[in-house]
Design a protein around this ligand. Structure first.
Ligand SMILES: C[S@@+](CC[C@H](N)C(=O)[O-])C[C@H]1O[C@@H](n2cnc3c(N)ncnc32)[C@H](O)[C@@H]1O
Length: 293
């Protein structure tokens, strides 16, 4: 084999590895790989992103609060919250009087989010879990956000369907659509504007709006139509447990027992770590009868 051929092969392999691990952030290698890659950069994530507070407030916090203005003490879920972008933004905004849950599959990203939000612990909760199976009751949140993340998930459409399931009738979904030429490098993970509108419409959302937001993302706003059953509105100190649904048996409610949260139907218990993060992913906690999941 000539040197030239060998060098070409090497360049091809390096290019492919770069595409797999950097350009597409491991999305074609599965959810665990994506989480692992985010865990590796967790400490530097905020520095890399360098969100501008004035942009965050003008383009996210203000419009979100305006959209929620008729909802007293709204409940917000931020799926793929990373280091807590939406929870921190809302909690630090004086006008927000609601509660926020952040969910992510990268545990170290969540550890940072929990640390940053520590002084708001009565009004915030973090869950380590995949977005493919949201551990919440149907129709529960006034707003569900998922920013810059769907394309890194194994099945973005399924994650969207889960998001739509847990937002309450009349509630708002805020997400992002990858735009620009890089979108073409992630086949099957990104959508054109038309595909995005059609997909959200097929999931039952209405008033879908795509707004140019960042160089590589549109911000997508869509509403779930009013009507349909609403779960009881629990605003007590057990507000977080009351939102949960057991990932193993879909039972509810889940009840706090010491440093665990346990399903009242199947009895499985899930640990709450010292930093307050509810650890569902990777949880292999025994049932009271000793059977492991
Ligand atoms: C680019 S970051 C965005 C974080 C945050 N939304 C923000 O805007 O700063 C993508 C996030 O998606 C999370 N993620 C990727 N796949 C996931 C999955 N299947 N379930 C939950 N989170 C996931 C990653 O761990 C990472 O924190």
């Amino acid at each position: 084999m000539s040197w030239l051929l060998l060098l070409s092969l090497l360049a091809l392999c390096s290019g492919f590895a770069y595409w797999l691990l950097v350009t597409t952030e491991g999305t074609y290698l599965g959810a665990r790989t994506v989480a692992l890659l985010y865990d590796r950069v967790a400490d530097r994530y905020d520095q890399i992103k360098r969100f501008k507070p004035e942009h965050e407030q003008a383009l996210l916090a203000r419009p979100i609060l305006w959209a929620l203005r008729e909802r007293p003490a709204p409940l917000v879920l931020d799926v793929a919250t990373g280091t807590g972008r939406i929870p921190i933004l809302l909690l630090e905004w004086g006008a927000f009087d609601g509660k926020v849950v952040g969910l992510d599959l990268a545990r170290r990203m969540l550890a940072l989010a929990a640390r940053k939000a520590a002084r708001y612990q009565e009004r915030v909760a973090f869950v380590w879990q995949t977005a493919m199976q949201l551990p919440f009751r149907d129709n529960s949140f006034d707003l569900v956000s998922c920013l810059e993340a769907l394309e890194f998930m194994p099945r973005p459409k399924r994650a969207l369907a889960e998001i739509v399931r847990v937002v309450r009738p009349g509630g708002l979904v805020v997400t992002t659509r990858r735009r620009g030429w890089e979108r073409k490098l992630m086949p099957g993970k990104c959508w054109s504007a038309e595909e995005c509108r059609a997909l959200l419409g097929a999931l039952g959302l209405e008033r879908v709006r795509l707004l140019p937001w960042q160089t590589d993302y549109d911000l997508v706003w869509a509403w779930k139509p009013d009507g349909g059953p609403l779960p009881p509105d629990d605003r007590s100190e057990r507000w977080f447990e009351m939102l949960l649904r057991c990932p193993a048996c879909s039972g509810q409610p889940l009840l706090r027992q010491g440093a665990t949260v346990c399903c009242s139907r199947c009895g499985r218990c899930y640990p709450v770590a010292a930093d307050g993060v509810l650890e569902l992913a990777g949880s292999r906690s025994p049932r009271p009868d000793g059977v492991r999941r």
